[in-house]
Design a protein around this ligand. Structure first.
Ligand code: ADP
Ligand code: ZN
Length: 432
């Protein structure tokens, strides 16, 4: 078996816990000493930094949320002098001010290391040609993937996102073997390949690394089939520094978390109490080796579970389950809670249905109503009869009713009418 960092990736649980405890102690003290924000927060909670001596004591520490980051925009959480910051990235800030992260030289080195470790886990090697079809911008994604592939010694092609025709040309002409992009952009690229008459057998793609948004198993199948390659999910978030937090190994049985850098917990989002291992709840992360913007107990809003049993691949790094959704994406319709990804799973299970849909939320009187616009595959659409669409709608509707528990209006639309994504797809349109 091959590892990028065998010692940390295969460490015994006891050793890892001791390592994390030590790093937590240092992080709490460091953060207390170097940010007014955290000093204040701990003082308010009546905790002295020296009180936190072991990993279990993490539960005494207060949580941080997105609004802590926003309220301290731009430099408030930065724990190093401005002149020691050598890189800045930020999240999109679609719902407010962007959240910046500042990297010290060591932060960038560690980030590159985490990226390389994750990609190696997914099977990227020096012989690969890696096409980074993620946006090079303030976002973390492209730069993180770029560093990781470069560190492994692969050949890196920084195409950025967009210009889909050119992406296809590069894939074909440069014999790209690894495609780095969001799952929905992978589908967009695959469709463009078909449109340009480039068959998957003419390209050298063997692996796709897809993150930044959910990819259900059903969508994964579509991506793999259309591109003729293996699709692996990767996970990260700006607040932790970007991607490189976790990745699936080729077993595709959970994401291995780089837990020596990012300590994960699962809490009940209502009561905020930690949940026993294996239970599903909100994911919380603490950075254990950050200098620029150390973060303690950050509530990600992502819903998943953790599993400490060692993996068949030989890694002992804790595994995180698939992200079911985000607490802020959860919809409650007629008293039933559901996430867009649950709907995606049901829809894509029908072979007539294409992986393009838009969930619309509206109001009918005082009641919330959900409907969904969905494309069928082009061949189904071309050969359809009116009765076919009606019966397909009924079958899909019944399946949704059985599996999720409510009735939803389905509207089948012509292929290529739902907007294609070059990054994270927008799946929900709130018209209320
Ligand atoms: P990025 O630019 O890397 O997407 P953001 O901070 O904008 O970073 O978004 C991070 C969020 O994206 C996560 O908290 C999570 O909700 C979502 N995300 C990232 N990777 C995945 C994944 N593999 N599956 C599901 N959601 C993901
Ligand atoms: Zn594994």
């Amino acid at each position: 078996m091959e590892f990028w960092d065998e010692k940390m990736e295969t460490m015994s649980r006891d050793e890892m816990t001791a390592f994390q405890g030590e790093r937590l102690r240092e992080t709490v003290k460091y953060t207390y000493d170097n940010t007014d924000f955290y000093r204040q927060k701990l003082n308010d909670a009546g905790i002295a930094p020296g009180d936190i001596r072991s990993l279990e004591e993490i539960t005494r520490l207060p949580f941080m949320t997105k609004s802590d980051l926003r309220d301290n925009y731009p430099y408030g959480l930065c724990a190093i002098p401005r002149e020691d910051v050598i890189r800045v990235h930020a999240s999109s800030g679609t719902t407010g001010k962007p959240t910046p992260v500042f990297y010290s030289k060591r932060d960038l080195e560690n980030w590159g290391h985490c990226m390389a470790r994750t990609f190696y886990t997914a099977g990227v090697r020096k012989t690969d040609v890696c096409q980074i079809a993620l946006g090079y911008s303030l976002f973390t994604g492209a730069f993180g993937h770029h560093m990781g592939a470069e560190r492994i010694g692969a050949m890196v092609i920084p195409t950025s996102s967009g210009h889909t025709e050119r992406q296809v040309m590069v894939i074909r002409d440069f014999k790209t073997t690894v495609l780095h992009c969001t799952p929905t952009y992978a589908i967009t690229i695959a469709e463009k390949m078909m449109e340009m008459g480039v068959h998957r057998s003419e390209v050298s793609l063997r692996l796709g690394i897809h993150g930044a948004e959910p990819m259900t198993e059903e969508l994964r199948k579509e991506v793999e089939e259309k591109l003729g390659s293996v699709a692996i999910r990767d996970f990260g978030l700006t607040e932790m520094g970007g991607p490189g937090v976790a990745i699936e190994c080729l077993e595709k049985d959970g994401y291995h978390v780089n837990e020596d850098f990012y300590f994960p917990e699962i809490i009940d989002p209502e009561t905020l109490t930690p949940l026993p291992e294996g239970e599903t709840g909100e994911l919380v992360f603490t950075t254990l080796q950050k200098e620029g913007v150390p973060i303690i107990r950050y509530r990600t809003r992502d819903i998943t579970h953790l599993n400490r049993t060692p993996c068949v691949c030989g890694r002992t790094l804790i595994r995180m389950g698939e992200i079911k959704g985000r607490t802020d994406d959860m919809m409650i319709i007629g008293g039933v809670n559901f996430f867009p990804s649950q709907l995606e799973s049901v829809l894509l299970d029908f072979e007539e249905v294409a992986p393009h849909y838009l969930i619309r939320l509206s109001k009918k009187g005082r009641l919330d109503k959900v409907s969904v616009d969905v494309e069928t595959t082009p061949s189904y659409w071309a050969n359809r009869q009116d009765e076919d669409i009606k019966s397909l709608s009924e079958r899909v509707q019944n399946r949704i009713k059985d599996i999720i528990g409510f009735t939803i209006d389905i509207r089948f639309v012509e292929p290529m009418t739902i907007a294609r994504s070059e990054g994270k797809a927008k799946r929900v349109l709130d018209e209320r």
